[in-house]
Ligand binder design. Structure first.
Ligand SMILES: *Cc1c(COP(=O)(O)O)cnc(C)c1O
Length: 411
């Protein structure tokens, strides 16, 4: 079912149907085309496909299962074209390699995925692409960081792990006024909760590893955008350099997309209930969740997102010792750095995802020792609360390093 013929379909219908073209076998579910190459009827057909790069040729850059995933994700984001990649990082690399050249400059939010910072600073820098970092929500800082050679704005919203938001519309306007592209890593919200193109973004990046899969099985990624930049330029990089998504992983993500809106709604409902409950815990100094009225950007979140997402972070009064004690007391929740899974996961950002930062950098970024991040899964929220309750009971008898005065400053 080519998506162009079905413009009237809603999001949930596109998530189930977009991109599928049945073969002569009449299969109902999308097949996995586990083949590295494709046969041609004759030499002339082979020559024609190679010269136009259309039709099935070789699975580094053309595979029908991968194509269905690309068309479905493009339909959900509302973009013209999508290129799937072997990981979320490969999607960011492919975007930069295809669209930037030596001498170009990126302005990035400082609160982006740690490996993205490493990619920019250790690798792109080697090839003459410099990156400046600014506070996600400080529009004036973005503007001040623009240079004549700036080509790209890069951000994630909400950010990891403090759930800070960027005003996508405002940053898109600023980027365009200076001839730059706005790239949004839409990993935390997915198109089920946030559609960056409607707010002016030019490219959307995904780590499909997270919510698009939704069950923690495969690593993959994607870039969505317009026909020229994604369909030609980034496709050309993929074809040449080969950070290709496997057909099997594409199929897993395709099946993940079918339940995406249901899952994101359930993750959001669970996370809101957990966040409200956490706010009432005496051991908790502060909860970071855009769905809470206490979140400084709650109004922006209501405007920009259709749900608040599944990630909740919170600051324990007892610092690292309390955070580790709480994490270690869990029996149901998985201690793992991955997120976006049906299984609830917990992590201590200061010593894992943000462990490479210096203490000073962590302090500036607001990643304190007492911070805990939870990716709320699809279990019963009551069971997640019970699992944390045991840890909170231990903490009640534990004084913690903060005095009452220090606590007041945390509030
Ligand atoms: C995980 C993640 C990535 C990287 O994706 P991989 O699939 O692990 O390569 C990029 N951005 C965000 C926001 C992520 O959470």
């Amino acid at each position: 079912m080519p998506i162009d013929d079905t413009p009237e379909l809603g999001f949930a219908s596109l998530a189930v149907r977009a991109g599928q073209q049945r073969t002569l076998e009449g299969e109902h579910a999308e097949p996995i085309f586990a083949t590295s190459s494709f046969v041609f009827a004759n030499a002339a057909e082979a020559a024609a496909r190679f010269s136009t790069a259309t039709g099935n040729i070789y699975s580094r850059f053309t595979n029908p299962t991968v194509r269905v995933f690309q068309e479905r994700l493009a339909a959900l984001e509302g973009g013209e074209a999508c290129i799937a990649t072997s990981s979320g990082m490969a999607a960011i690399l492919a975007t930069c390699m295809a669209l930037l050249k030596s001498g170009d400059h990126i302005v990035s939010a400082n609160a982006v995925f740690g490996t993205t910072v490493s990619l920019f600073n250790q690798y792109l820098a080697k090839f003459g692409v410099a990156t400046s970092y600014v506070s996600l929500s400080d529009i004036a800082a973005w503007e001040a960081a623009i240079r004549p050679e700036t080509r790209l704005f890069f951000l994630e919203t909400p950010s990891n792990p403090l759930m800070e938001l960027a005003d996508i519309r405002a940053l898109a306007d600023l980027a365009h006024a200076h001839g730059c592209l706005l790239v949004v890593d839409n990993c935390f919200c997915t198109p089920a909760l946030q559609r960056p193109f409607e707010l002016g973004a030019d490219l959307v990046i995904h780590s499909a590893t997270k919510y698009l899969d939704g069950q923690g099985r495969c690593v993959g990624g994607a870039v969505v955008g317009d026909r020229q930049r994604v369909g030609v330029d980034i496709y050309g990089f993929l074809r040449t350099a080969g950070p290709t998504l496997s057909p099997f992983n594409a199929w897993v993500f395709l099946k993940g997309l079918e339940t995406l809106s249901l899952r994101m709604r359930a993750h959001s409902e669970g996370a809101l209930r957990l966040a409200q409950w956490l706010e009432a815990q005496p051991a908790v100094a502060r909860v970071y969740y855009p769905g809470l009225p206490s979140h400084p950007q709650h109004e922006l979140a209501k405007r920009q997102q259709s749900g608040f997402g599944g990630i909740v972070s919170f600051e324990l009064r007892g610092g690292r010792e309390a955070a580790w004690a709480l994490i270690d007391s869990t029996r149901l929740i998985s201690i793992t750095a991955n997120l976006g899974d049906a299984k609830t996961t917990v992590t201590h950002p200061a010593t894992t995802t943000h462990g490479r930062l210096t203490p000073q950098e962590r302090e500036t970024a607001g990643i304190r020792e007492g911070l805990v991040r939870i990716s709320v899964g699809l279990e019963d929220v009551a069971d997640i609360q019970r699992d944390l309750e045991r840890g909170f009971q231990c903490l009640a008898s534990y004084p913690g390093p903060f005095s009452a005065r220090e606590e007041a400053t945390l509030r």
